[in-house]
Write a protein that binds this ligand. Structure first.
Ligand code: ATP
Ligand code: MN
Length: 342
């Protein structure tokens, strides 16, 4: 499922903010967002822009960056994006405006409609970690790595309820996929979007460290996907002193399915490649948004660095109607976001 940066959403509830007379709190999907008081009521429709959105440079959004001391310049600053903030002590994520402010949207209004393109909202992307040595396209047939945020798809909680589940630590590094190309038989290393030239880059160094070429030639349909972590990768929040690999997916290129958790563990033990840390597992998932957001917060082991969050899945693969793909989602730590984590 593709992320909807701007969408039509209905207000679940409006709550007062103590000691504030101009603002109040709105709940939409699994998000909470501070709005101007009196603009919206429960049940109303609004246009919701998620964090990481870059709003268009248009009078409806100018108040977001307009500095009252400098009346002349109303232009959007180059680096502007919607971030996680606290306003009067309240966590606020994204921006919610009444739908009446958007005459360009065509009726009937349907909750969930993606209006990112029509409004000219774009996505802020973190700067690329390093110049990747691109060789060509991604391993054909293998899905690229991605996870949806639970607040944007809250019904995944109902889909997971009662199922055996596993939560793993979201490692703040860079995505890597290794596998045998099914047509050429060639061992291939990929980043988030492309295959990477064989050479003295982190991908190939890590492949060597863990003997991935030999292990995967012995299991030519299995591709492994994980996070490269270590010095020089992102901010090395895990505090490691050498590059490491932490696997979160094992994909069977022949059956076109991800291995279930237990099968993946067994395979990774066999080839001696570490998996991402399991933070919690259980036989019957019964968390709600609040308990998950609390669990997401914490430090990476042995550090004082805020962890990015968790990734949560059933132990056996399940097709999610909400996601239109495998049931799997992320819960990003608000403490991490408030401290400026991307
Ligand atoms: P967004 O879609 O929210 O704008 P994004 O597409 O950059 O952001 P990330 O926040 O990087 O996505 O989250 C997805 C990525 O998290 C995956 O592609 C994977 O590389 C990485 N990741 C790290 N740890 C894990 C884990 N334990 N399980 C699954 N994925 C993980
Ligand atoms: Mn994504």
């Amino acid at each position: 499922m593709k992320r909807k940066l701007a969408s039509i959403q209905s207000v679940i509830a409006i709550e007062p903010i103590p000691n504030a007379d101009a603002i109040e709190l709105a709940r939409i999907q699994g998000w909470q967002c501070v709005i101007k008081k009196g603009e919206l009521r429960a049940g109303d429709l609004g246009v919701f822009l998620e964090i990481d959105s870059i709003p268009p440079d248009d009078p409806r959004f100018t108040f977001l960056w307009h500095n009252k001391k400098d009346v002349e310049s109303t232009e959007r600053p180059a680096a502007f994006r919607l971030k996680t903030v606290r306003l009067r002590g309240m966590l606020s994520q994204g921006l919610l405006l009444p739908i009446q402010q958007f005459p360009e949207l065509i009726r009937p209004f349907v909750t969930g409609t993606d209006v990112t393109e029509i409004l000219g909202v774009t996505k802020w992307e973190p700067p690329l970690p390093e110049m990747e040595d691109i060789a060509g396209p991604f391993l054909p047939g293998v899905p690229k790595t991605d996870e949806m945020r639970v607040q944007s798809v809250p019904s995944v909680l109902d889909e997971l309820a009662g199922r055996a589940y596993v939560m793993t630590l979201k490692c703040d590094g860079t995505s890597a996929t290794f596998g045998i190309h099914q047509d050429t038989g060639e061992f291939t290393a990929c980043g988030r979007n492309w295959s990477i030239k064989r050479g003295s880059n982190t991908y190939w160094r890590v492949a060597e460290t863990y003997h991935l070429e030999k292990s995967l030639q012995a299991h030519p349909h299995l591709a492994i996907q994980g996070e490269l972590v270590g010095p020089g990768i992102q901010k090395n929040r895990l505090g490691l002193n050498c590059p490491q690999f932490r696997v979160f997916n094992v994909y069977d290129q022949q059956t076109c399915c991800f291995l279930g958790h237990d099968e993946a563990v067994a395979f990774l033990n066999e080839i001696k490649v570490p998996m991402v840390d399991v933070i919690e597992e259980g036989l019957s998932f019964d968390h709600d948004m609040e308990s998950l957001l609390a669990l997401a917060e914490g430090y990476y082991p042995g550090t004082q660095n805020e962890r990015e969050g968790l990734v949560i899945r059933p132990k056996t693969e399940y097709q999610s109607p909400t996601l239109g793909g495998r049931l799997s989602f992320k819960v990003i730590s608000n403490r991490f976001l408030l401290k400026g984590g991307d």
